[in-house]
Write a protein that binds this ligand. Structure first.
Ligand code: FES
Length: 584
């Protein structure tokens, strides 16, 4: 039976999040031990009320079983032994967790459920207050927490908001277990001091240990049964993989994948083409690591000895998005049942000059940003009257004005294309701040251009006329270019829309056209500002009409700036003036 990859990922994520929530609240409870034993006990009552009721118990143990089963399923589905180190660490920790946790669970929840022994902090901590036990607890906590944090990191690293919060998340990832251990140690020390008084010990601690020798024996027997059972499950997994491998290699279950240059890789049926490439050490780009989230592993099918499996939903969606022809497939998703010949279509990054020490964004990361486009009007005709050196001079003055306004508002003016500039806001800010920054930058650009035009006219040059378009949404930010000439830039529908909105400024005789999305995120009600008109427009490349604001007079944005407290943009006294001063 084939379970769609997306479904498996979603179920694994949901079960993992439940377990992570449980562990986080458990550690928070331990951390309260820093305050006092009583504080930890008080918080424990809330913790138990939350996690020991029938619904939570069902959810928690259901999530535990499902997460574990899907983990084993993921190992079974893996067709190549070449596992990246980070995935190997994640897998090994995951497999070690049941064994590391066994003693703790047996002494707390199981002993409570079967024999009614309290699992109060005083009893549990005192039970574990020995160096060997303490070390075992540290190992268990380290394994569980690292496994959870790694899982979340792999899951979230491409999310637009993740890089902005990475430092905070790292602090939590390190701080919470450290505080929990410190809380555990504080309680243990407090108990050790109190236990020096035999009367106190007999009155407060001794009654907590209620297990009889037969009950202890029964728990021990359960522990060992679990260990044997667990070993059996792992052996069954290894056995299943071995049997599958033997069966696949035994007869007509091998397929050969032929690559350009005549290289052929023979792999068992069920391998994806990307796995075949890895097995045969054939360079093959796969930016998202085979998750069907990019399209860089795409291949053209030259020939196939039989019918190829139809693309599943994930693959179909990606192929449709890139408008791929019939004979193009994703290598990470295609698991051929018969021999075939393919051509990887995306050149390996190294071959196009990926620099050593390439950054996280070298291959692109998703971000929610605001994109601003500015273009000069009628510039091509007017520039013909300029001497080439004058042209360089005035264009650089314009670029400087725009670049300064963008930078001062937190954006990056990253592309100067002819007389157009593209700027990105939100690499370091959330989308709300990004939209406020973009709007504020548009106003500063307009004011800077007014000053620049005054200076140019004074010096006998023609004034610039311009239009600005802004849109906000997801883009992929990456490095574009070749060898050392590489620029950070963005790609995606948001970029195209911003560019088209800029073009619309000509049609509307407006200074600025921005999408309603930008106004909404920026928190400004532009409909209530004079000089701004709302319209529904058809933008090339989009199926649905787009709601936009048309701004004919840029000073209307000044009102919006005070309304929404747009990012302060302390422009220099006069960007244009600065440029004039420099030029003299
Ligand atoms: S590697 Fe990204 S879709 Fe195949």
């Amino acid at each position: 039976m084939h379970i769609p990859e997306l479904t498996v990922r979603q179920i694994r994520l949901a079960s993992g999040l439940i377990l992570f929530a449980y562990v986080s609240t458990h550690l928070t409870n331990h951390a309260a031990g820093i305050v006092s034993l009583q504080a930890a006990e008080a918080l424990r009552r809330i913790f138990l009320a939350t996690w020991r009721n029938p619904v939570s118990t069902f959810l928690l143990y259901g999530a535990l079983l499902v997460h574990f089963a899907l983990g084993l399923y993921a190992i079974y589905r893996r067709r190549t032994q070449r596992i990246p180190a980070r995935e190997l660490a994640q897998m090994t920790l995951g497999l070690a967790i049941p064994l590391l946790m066994l003693d703790h669970v047996k002494g707390t929840r199981v002993a409570f459920a079967l024999y009614g022994q309290t699992d109060s902090y005083a009893r549990v901590v005192w039970d574990l207050w020995r160096p060997a036990e303490g070390l075992r607890q540290v190992a268990m906590l380290g394994a569980v927490w690292t496994h959870g944090c790694l899982g979340l990191h792999f899951l979230l690293r491409y999310r637009a908001w993740y890089p902005r919060h990475r430092t905070t998340l790292l602090l939590v990832a390190i701080g919470l277990p450290a505080l929990a251990l410190f809380g555990f140690w504080s309680i243990g020390r407090e108990l050790a001091l109190l236990a020096r008084d035999p009367v106190w010990f007999d009155r407060h601690m001794a009654p907590l240990f209620t297990l009889t020798p037969p009950e202890r024996g029964a728990l021990k027997a359960m522990e060992s049964a679990f260990e044997w059972g667990y070993a059996g499950v792992l052996c069954a997994l290894v056995g299943a993989i071995a049997i599958r491998s033997v069966v696949e290699r035994a007869g007509r279950t091998l397929v050969s994948v032929r690559y350009p240059g005549g290289r052929t890789v023979v792999v068992p049926r069920g391998f994806s083409v990307l796995e075949a490439s890895r097995t045969g050490r054939i360079p093959h780009t796969s930016v998202c690591g085979g998750r069907g989230r990019c399209s860089t592993c795409r291949i053209r099918i030259l020939s196939a000895a039989g019918e190829l499996p139809r693309p599943r939903t994930d693959e179909q969606r990606t192929l449709a998005r890139i408008g791929a022809p019939e004979n193009v497939r994703l290598a990470c998703q295609l698991r051929p049942q018969a021999d075939l010949a393919v051509v990887p279509l995306v050149e390996l990054a190294r071959a196009v000059g990926r620099a050593e020490g390439a950054s996280e964004v070298s291959f692109g990361v998703e971000r929610e940003v605001a994109v601003l486009f500015i273009d000069l009007r009628g510039w091509t005709g007017r520039s013909e009257g300029y001497l080439p050196f004058d042209l360089v001079y005035v264009l650089n003055r314009y670029f400087e004005t725009v670049g300064t306004a963008v930078r001062r508002n937190g954006g990056i003016a990253n592309q100067f294309i002819g007389d157009a500039v593209m700027a990105i806001f939100g690499q370091e800010a959330d989308r709300r701040a990004a939209c406020r920054q973009a709007l504020s930058a548009a106003l500063d650009i307009s004011r800077g251009m007014a000053r620049l035009n005054q200076g140019l006219e004074r010096d006998g040059f023609k004034a610039f006329d311009f239009g600005i378009g802004i849109d906000a949404g997801p883009v992929v930010i990456g490095e574009f270019g070749y060898r050392e000439v590489r620029t950070l830039s963005a790609a995606g529908n948001t970029v195209n829309t911003a560019s088209r909105l800029q073009e619309l400024t000509k049609e509307f005789h407006a200074r600025l056209v921005l999408s309603a999305t930008v106004g909404g995120y920026a928190g400004v009600d532009l409909t209530r500002i004079g000089g701004v008109e709302r319209a529904s427009v058809q933008v090339r490349g989009r199926t649905n009409a787009l709601e936009v604001f048309i701004v004919r007079e840029m000073e209307a944005i000044a009102a919006a700036r005070s309304q929404a407290r747009l990012e302060a943009a302390p422009m220099p006294a006069a960007v244009g003036d600065e440029a004039v001063a420099l030029s003299r």
